[in-house]
Structures are given as structure tokens and as C-alpha cells.
Design a protein around this ligand. Structure first.
Ligand code: PLP
Length: 362
């Protein structure tokens, strides 16, 4: 039997069909495609952090429960005794844990669309049905359609990204509360962009027993660490914890995240700078003829260019060594849409000038 035949004989056909997650090569480019934070620690902080890492024993397994880190996170998030913290190797792993636990054959995961692709991918990997509920108008979720879909499909889990990726829009309180009340499944509010948004749904946790809130260190400036966390009722998190791999958070990540929590003020200042840059770039983009800008509470902006032009604008920016994200073709409501991550003032200037030139050229 050839190796291909053997693979096709044994690997699940739905896995063979999975498209690999494509990450473009960004070497030498102004990289504004992946919602990374442009700032890195100043020298003094870096040196203190390196000392901490030097003291971290690598011959031993990490603390499997990451107790010190979870305790620090719980106090940072002002959790009361009814809530717990579950850590993941990025929120991506938490999404995988949630879908492993709540998905499977003849079960449904539901989310308003367009949204973060990982919910659909995690469903695919686990043979779970995925229902994306699109809205008829613009890019805000359609509550009526969501409630209808919940009644029809009886999902075991609903993902609501707040603010949403790739739109940047916030999830309205009315929508979140109505969805939580309408489903008996678990509702996950994904607050990956919490640092750039002055509103959170964590305050609803005490009121509902089917709500959890997910956050990440990635957009805050530590994407390389891979640390996400879920907060919510200890009963739900206790069950989810059973399928977490015991040492999923490595010792260097645990030590680095604890260090970061001690220096949170630095991260919060950078987040404020990014919000200020978001305001500046929004203003400039909204004044560009032929650009439709969508309001964003995250560290990126979604905008639409002239009909049929997104590909040419994207390619033109690539030629000018500016990498953003082309969303045209990923969802019907994202036709002609591009997404740019907020960088430093200088990077945003490079992007803006390149975009302006490119729009004049197409
Ligand atoms: C970026 C992103 C995440 C993933 O974050 P990681 O912690 O880096 O895995 C989760 N949810 C949304 C909506 C995101 O945009």
C-alpha cells in the first residue's frame, strides 16, 4: 500500500478535507495583518523579565494547575468566589477544549457571522455541526435570526465575540442577554480585544449559570507567549478542566505571565496609545474618498473599498511592503473589505500613505 493510500484509508475523510490555516510570510514588511501589538518591553523591564526566566527551573514539569498564575488572574479580574479561571495555550486552545467537551456528532456550535474563523474550524476538527447566523443588514448580529437559529438547532454552545473579529463591532447588551436566556447551552463571550474596549460582559457572570468569558494575553502585547483564559462558574470550568492537557501552560509562559501581571500598568498605557492611534487613523480613513469605515472597539479597523477593488488594493499594498488582511471572499457581508491592525503612529502613517497612493492608482 502506498503512503497516500494508507493515509486515505485511516485518516478521517473530514480531516483530509481541512484546509491548512494559512499564515502569510511577512518578512521585511510593515506587518499589520494579525492584530499584534506593535510595542515590546523597554530595556529595564526586559532585563527584569530575563532574571525571572533565569530562575525558572526547566528540568521540572510546570505547575500543572498553574495555581499562582490563576490566583493572580482571578484577582486582576476581581473574580468572586463563585468564579474560576481556566488557562489555555492561547484562546485557540480554550476554543478547542470547549468544542471537544460540548461538540461531537449530532451537536451544534452556533455563532453570528462573520466572526472569528476558529469557532468553525474547531467544530470541523471534532465532527460538530456549525451554524453561522448571518445578518441581512450591514455587519451587526441579527438578534431575531439568532434566536430563531437557537430554537431550530438547539446548540450546545454559542460563541459571541465582543468586540467581534473581523468587524470590530461590539455585541449589544440586549443581544447577549437575550441569547443567554434563549439557550440552555453554554454561551462563550470572547473578549480577545478587551484591552481596547471600555466594556465587558464579565459583570453578567454572577447572574447566569450558562455564561463564560474568554480573554487572551495575545492582543495585549504577548502573542508569542500563547496564553488565554476563561472565567466563569467553577462548575463549568471544573468539568472543562478534565480534558485540558495537564501541562498545557509551560513554565516560561507561567513565569512571564506572572511578571506581566506585576507590570500591567505598562500594558494598559500601551493599550491607551493604541486606542488614540485608532482614533487618528479612523479620522484619516473616513476622510478618504471611496473608503467606507466601520466603527471599531478593537485594535484594528475594517474598511470597504470600491466595488471589485479589494484584491488590487491588497496586492498594491503588498508591493509597497505593507501587509494587511484581505477579507473579500470570506463572507458575503465582507465584499470589498480589508482589515488593518493598528500599529505605531509611524506604521499607521506608512500604511495610510500607501493606501492613499494605491486608491488613486486603481
Ligand atoms: C485573536 C483572537 C483570538 C485568539 O487568541 P489567542 O489567544 O492568540 O489564541 C480569540 N478570539 C478572537 C475573536 C480573536 O480575534
Amino acid at each position: 500500500m502506498s503512503i497516500e493510500a494508507r493515509i486515505h484509508r485511516w485518516i478521517r475523510p473530514d480531516i483530509i478535507d481541512v484546509e491548512p490555516y494559512h499564515v502569510p510570510d511577512a518578512r521585511g514588511m510593515t506587518k499589520l495583518d494579525a492584530m499584534e501589538n506593535p510595542y515590546t518591553w523597554p530595556r529595564e523591564l526586559r532585563d527584569l523579565w530575563l532574571q525571572r526566566l533565569a530562575e525558572t527551573p526547566l528540568n521540572r514539569y510546570p505547575d500543572a494547575a498553574a495555581n499562582e498564575l490563576r490566583t493572580s488572574l482571578a484577582s486582576w479580574c476581581h473574580l468572586d468566589g463563585a468564579s474560576e479561571v481556566l488557562l489555555g495555550n492561547g484562546s485557540d486552545e480554550l476554543i478547542q477544549i470547549l468544542v471537544l467537551a460540548l461538540g461531537g456528532t449530532r451537536r451544534t456550535i452556533l455563532a453570528p457571522e462573520p466572526t472569528f474563523v476558529m469557532y468553525r474550524l474547531a467544530a470541523k476538527y471534532t465532527g460538530t455541526d456549525y451554524v453561522g447566523v448571518s445578518s441581512s443588514d450591514a455587519l451587526a448580529p441579527d438578534l431575531e435570526a439568532l434566536l430563531q437559529a437557537i430554537e431550530t438547532h438547539k446548540p450546545s454552545c454559542v460563541f459571541l465575540a465582543h468586540p467581534n473579529n473581523p468587524t470590530g463591532g461590539m455585541m449589544e447588551t440586549q443581544t447577549v442577554e437575550a441569547v443567554v436566556a434563549a439557550t440552555d447551552g453554554l454561551v462563550v463571550v470572547d473578549e480577545a480585544y478587551h484591552a481596547f474596549c471600555d466594556h465587558s460582559y464579565a459583570n453578567l457572570l454572577p447572574q447566569y449559570d450558562n455564561l463564560v468569558v474568554m480573554r487572551t494575553f495575545s492582543k495585549l502585547g504577548l502573542a508569542g507567549l500563547r496564553l488565554g483564559f476563561l472565567i466563569g462558574p467553577r462548575e463549568w470550568l471544573g468539568v472543562l478542566d478534565r480534558i485540558r492537557l495537564p501541562y498545557n501552560i509551560n513554565a516560561l509562559t507561567q513565569a512571564s505571565a506572572l511578571f506581566a501581571l506585576e507590570h500591567m500598568a505598562w500594558f494598559e498605557e500601551r493599550a491607551l496609545e493604541i486606542c488614540a492611534e485608532r482614533a487618528t487613523l479612523s479620522q484619516r480613513l473616513s476622510e478618504l474618498p471611496g473608503v467606507e469605515l466601520f466603527p471599531s472597539a478593537a485594535n484594528f479597523l475594517l474598511f470597504r473599498v470600491g466595488h471589485g477593488c479589494a484584491g488590487a488594493v491588497f496586492d498594491g499594498l503588498c508591493k509597497k511592503k505593507v501587509l494587511i488582511k484581505n477579507l473579500h471572499g470570506t463572507h458575503p457581508s465582507l465584499v470589498d473589505c480589508l482589515r488593518v491592525t493598528i500599529g505605531t503612529a509611524e506604521q499607521n502613517g506608512v500604511f495610510f500613505n500607501a493606501l492613499k497612493e494605491q486608491l488613486a492608482a486603481v
